[in-house]
Design a binder for this molecule. Structure first.
Ligand code: SF4
Length: 366
């Protein structure tokens, strides 16, 4: 990952942008004892500190020195949109004025946080609002971590995040160095959040050559498939299918070094009359035959101007039943947060009619 400047102490470095080795170099540049590295990281991750001067186990002169050369790197403006179904969408304003979105999704005993890795997306999946924005830029490490820490801050006392999916705005494997650093911090026990890698999922639209990076991280892999023929995938996901054909993507999935007791997840957005027909179910079952996997069906979440429609519930259930009869483990993902445009495929430029939806559900913290 590109190294933030730590050698020039008159430059303000976001501390959350530093990996552990980079923090160790910063500490050494100041001439401080090595244990200070974990001390500072614990303040950032475990205590979610927003002010360097509040690092009370650092000598005052060290806090002052650090304040002159660094900032924490947290967003100072956060808007929370609350859906009627309990879903919360967070909009964090970044230093350059851009906005990044994350979504907290409650479901029975689970509370899943969906995190973004880019502002916008370089891919152009036709069923996704984010894709219509184009890629604005990759998120930096501190901007990814800030989504998690800020989400933790808005939880009620009886809530905790059970799962984290890199499935928000952007293609995570197109920002893989920041992704790796974020996973390292989320799973680090001594100073990070100490989460199990089993609770973390990276979802890709199909960057087949980078699946090995996910395996190396030890987290779960989800593949956004959505099509059962090359032509259909080219129509629905032109950029992703130019990077890897359906055939090469599924070959990469077959070669994927799945750990024991783990399985791949295939995401399949159901589009009425486009990819939800009995023939699609038959082809999908054949494509996934002999793969250790489960399938998540996601009935399309409509947004203004989209050319696709959500299939009726009976078609969704029929598609699920066809796949189950073929021996696949298949779930229908409940659509959560649609009223705040927080559902799958709905993250991105805020539609102009959203204000009327969110007037009673908006909180802004500066
Ligand atoms: S579905 Fe994912 S990969 Fe495709 S455009 Fe949307 S954010 Fe990008």
């Amino acid at each position: 990952m590109a190294e933030p400047s730590v050698s020039h102490l008159n430059t303000t470095v976001p501390l959350l942008a530093l990996t552990e080795p980079q923090m160790a170099r910063l500490v050494s540049t100041h001439g401080w004892p090595a244990y200070r590295t974990a001390q500072i990281l614990r303040w950032l991750y475990q205590r979610r500190l927003r002010k360097i001067m509040e690092m009370t186990d650092l000598p005052m002169q060290d806090r002052l020195a650090l304040s002159r050369s660094a900032s924490i790197g947290r967003s100072e403006r956060v808007t929370v949109l609350r859906s009627q179904d309990g879903t919360r969408k967070l909009l964090l304003t970044l230093e350059d004025g851009m906005t990044v979105e994350s979504v907290l999704i409650p479901d029975d005993t689970r509370l899943t946080l969906c995190v973004s890795t880019q502002v916008g997306c370089m891919l152009d999946c036709g069923f996704c609002l984010t894709g219509q924005m184009g890629l604005k830029r990759n998120l930096k490490l501190h901007e990814i971590i800030d989504q998690v820490l800020t989400s933790q801050e808005i939880l009620t006392s009886d809530e905790h995040i059970t799962n984290l999916v890199f499935m928000g705005m952007g293609e995570p494997l197109a920002n893989v160095e920041a992704l790796k650093a974020a996973v390292a911090a989320l799973t680090n026990k001594p100073w990070g959040l100490g989460w199990s890698r089993r609770r973390i999922t990276v979802s890709t639209a199909g960057l087949a050559s980078r699946l090995s990076d996910v395996a190396a991280m030890g987290v779960n892999l989800a593949i956004s498939l959505n099509a059962t023929t090359e032509e259909q995938r080219r129509n629905l996901m032109p950029a992703a299918s130019a990077i890897a054909s359906l055939k090469s993507l599924l070959s990469a999935c077959r070669r994927y070094p799945l750990a024991p007791h783990r399985r791949l997840t295939f995401e399949y957005v159901l589009l009425a009359g486009v990819n939800d027909l009995p023939a699609d179910a038959r082809r999908l079952a054949l494509l996934l035959r002999s793969l250790r996997c489960k399938v998540n069906l996601i009935p399309f979440n409509e947004f203004p101007g989209s050319r696709f429609h959500r299939p009726p519930d009976e078609d969704v259930l029929r598609f699920q039943s066809d796949l189950r009869k073929a021996g696949l483990d298949v779930y229908v993902r409940k659509s959560r947060g649609r009223d705040v445009y927080g559902a799958c495929g709905q993250l991105g430029d805020v539609p102009s009619n959203q204000a009327s939806v969110t007037l009673t559900a908006i909180e802004t913290r500066c």
